[in-house]
Design a protein around this ligand. Structure first.
Ligand code: HEC
Ligand code: HEC
Ligand code: HEC
Ligand code: HEC
Ligand code: HEC
Ligand code: HEC
Ligand code: HEC
Ligand code: HEC
Length: 349
């Protein structure tokens, strides 16, 4: 009960401040009357961000000039849960209100689409968002709308809601299926399972005829883990040509997350293969700092983040490769690919 009263008091102070602000800014202050109490019952989206849903609850309804009534200092204070977010608003033009609408709803403005949200305006600019390099790759990308680039409408397929608090959270930053995700791989597999989640179906596999999708290769057909990849649900038998790198946290019997091998947004490598060893979170210090490039179907620099042979040749990224008997060629996907954990190819992936 006490809590409730404290919250109410905070609300009315806030409403009072808004009214002062709008009185100062507007000759006719429309919203300071009885309806301002509706603020306390503002609708929130599923991750708790207040939504501008109707003219009664927002005196700036249908207006695009947010900064007129919500000056920077006020926005900084409101969004101080992540100062980097608040300061990003100052780095774009006052008319670039796409981010406001993505988080707060359309505010009744007509013609708002995902393109209006301007995700890449901030996220592809390293002086606004530090992780902008994630969008710098060109060879492969999650171009879900097929327009040749990863853009705003692609972002919102995976990030239907996000709070931009500076750290990724499975429950807030990703579009949700009916069940909560246990880990990032479960999110990937929600789409890469061949049933068209979120209206998107990835293409059939390039290297395996037994399977049509990654879910089946990774988890096994109909849940039969003996048909699964060893990097996936099946436990390996122990390596024959190589060993795990000394100092690495990788061991037999574990499932390797998709994002230890793959980037998500863009990559200069085919198949969105990671460009940097730091994606392999359990790798040793040397491997974590190694760059990764893929040449044709030679994935040596990737595999070497985790696997090695003590007598292996030095790889292009300064690690050590796995020595195969002579006669094995450098077209690794002749033998190693998603699906190669099954059948006569047993245990090769
Ligand atoms: C004409 C002044 C004005 C403009 C322009 C304006 N607002 Fe507001 N806004 C207000 C006032 C006043 C309130 C306090 C609640 C009320 O009475 O409407 C408010 C409340 C809000 C709230 C809190 C809503 C709630 O119910 O908790 C959000 C979010 C918001 N504004 C965002 C925006 C965004 C985004 C824009 C631009 C697209 C914008 N505002 C434009 C005056 C304005
Ligand atoms: C990443 C999502 C996000 C973005 C982008 C964002 N906001 Fe917010 N905003 C929030 C959250 C979360 C709150 C609630 C904060 C709280 O209650 O402490 C909020 C609260 C507000 C409020 C006050 C609501 C209230 O009830 O007091 C206003 C006004 C507001 N935002 C305006 C804006 C404007 C204008 C922009 C664009 C410059 C913007 N916001 C961009 C997430 C966002
Ligand atoms: C195919 C789904 C998908 C698409 C499309 C997508 N993302 Fe992501 N995004 C992810 C996943 C998964 C992660 C978490 C990656 C991880 O934990 O390694 C992520 C992480 C992020 C991060 C946090 C990165 C960090 O390291 O701090 C940002 C920022 C981000 N995405 C923005 C975007 C933007 C902007 C777009 C559109 C240009 C976009 N994403 C498109 C799935 C996607
Ligand atoms: C006005 C600049 C701006 C715009 C526009 C913008 N973002 Fe962000 N976003 C940020 C900032 C700043 C962060 C926090 C980065 C940090 O703290 O490292 C962030 C963080 C994120 C994250 C990381 C997860 C988290 O909780 O921090 C995701 C995902 C994300 N944004 C997605 C999007 C998507 C999708 C869009 C478009 C719909 C978008 N952003 C538009 C500035 C922006
Ligand atoms: C919204 C559904 C969706 C989600 C979620 C998703 N993907 Fe995809 N993915 C696709 C589609 C559709 C394609 C094919 C179109 C394209 O490449 O842009 C694709 C392509 C790919 C490719 C490239 C395939 C090729 O033939 O080059 C890889 C690798 C990939 N995804 C891995 C992942 C990983 C890893 C995750 C999780 C971090 C993930 N995907 C999450 C839908 C999704
Ligand atoms: C991020 C670390 C990592 C990367 C990168 C990686 N692997 Fe693995 N690999 C593992 C782990 C961990 C296992 C053991 C999994 C298990 O036993 O369940 C494994 C097992 C294997 C096995 C089966 C060995 C056995 O125990 O039966 C083969 C074959 C294999 N990997 C090949 C490759 C190839 C080829 C590449 C490069 C395309 C590669 N791996 C990249 C971590 C990695
Ligand atoms: C002709 C088939 C073939 C080709 C081509 C091939 N490999 Fe292998 N590879 C094998 C076999 C067989 C194993 C042993 C599998 C096991 O341990 O169960 C193996 C094992 C591995 C392992 C795991 C270490 C171990 O001891 O199990 C890695 C890593 C690996 N290969 C990388 C590569 C890379 C990188 C390429 C391409 C440059 C490549 N392989 C090409 C057949 C092949
Ligand atoms: C051990 C490293 C590793 C892990 C873990 C891994 N991948 Fe891959 N992935 C690869 C390599 C290497 C290729 C290229 C060879 C191939 O297509 O199988 C690839 C290819 C792909 C492709 C393109 C397949 C095709 O045949 O066109 C998709 C899609 C994909 N991965 C998605 C995923 C998803 C989703 C996960 C997690 C469930 C995942 N990968 C886990 C290394 C990995």
């Amino acid at each position: 009960m006490n809590n409730y009263r404290v919250i109410k008091r905070g609300e009315s102070v806030r409403v009072f401040i808004y009214c002062i602000v709008s009185l100062m800014v507007l000759a006719s202050a429309v919203a300071c009357g009885s309806n301002s109490s509706s603020n306390s019952s503002a609708q929130k989206n599923i991750i708790g961000i207040p939504q501008l849903t109707d003219s009664k609850s927002h005196s700036g309804w249908e207006r695009e000039d947010c900064s007129l009534c919500h000056p920077s200092a006020q926005l900084d204070k409101i969004h101080d849960y992540n100062p980097a977010l608040a300061s990003s608003f100052r780095k774009v033009d006052a008319s670039d209100t796409g981010a406001c609408l993505y988080c707060h709803g359309t505010n009744g403005i007509k013609g708002i689409t995902a393109e209006s949200y301007q995700c890449t305006l901030c996220h592809a600019n390293p002086s606004i968002v530090a992780s902008a390099g994630l969008f710098g790759g060109h060879t492969t990308m999650h171009d879900l709308d097929g327009n040749g680039k990863i853009g705003n409408s692609d972002c919102v397929v995976c990030h239907q809601y996000t709070d931009m608090n500076g750290s990724i959270s499975l429950t807030r930053d990703f579009r949700q299926s009916s069940a909560a995700y246990g880990d990032i791989s479960a999110f990937c597999l929600n789409c890469h399972d061949g049933n068209g989640a979120f209206g998107k179906t990835p293409p059939a596999l390039a290297f395996d005829a037994d399977f049509t999708n990654i879910y089946d290769t990774f988890k096994g057909l109909f849940g039969n883990t003996f048909t699964a990849d060893i990097h996936g649900a099946k436990d390996g038998m122990g390596q024959s040509f190589g060993q795990f790198r000394p100092g690495s946290g990788y061991t037999s019997g574990m499932e390797v997350s998709c994002t230890h091998c793959h980037d998500v947004h863009t990559s200069d490598n085919t198949y969105l293969i990671t460009q940097s060893g730091d994606s392999a979170a359990l790798a040793d210090g040397t491997a974590l700092n190694a760059p990764v490039s893929v040449v044709g179907n030679n994935f040596t620099e990737l595999c070497a983040l985790c696997h090695m042979s003590p007598d292996g040749a030095i790889t292009g990224n300064g690690l050590q490769e796995v020595t195969h008997p002579s006669g094995y060629d450098s077209n690794c996907t002749n033998c190693h690919y998603h699906g190669a954990g099954y059948g006569d190819k047993t245990n090769l992936f």
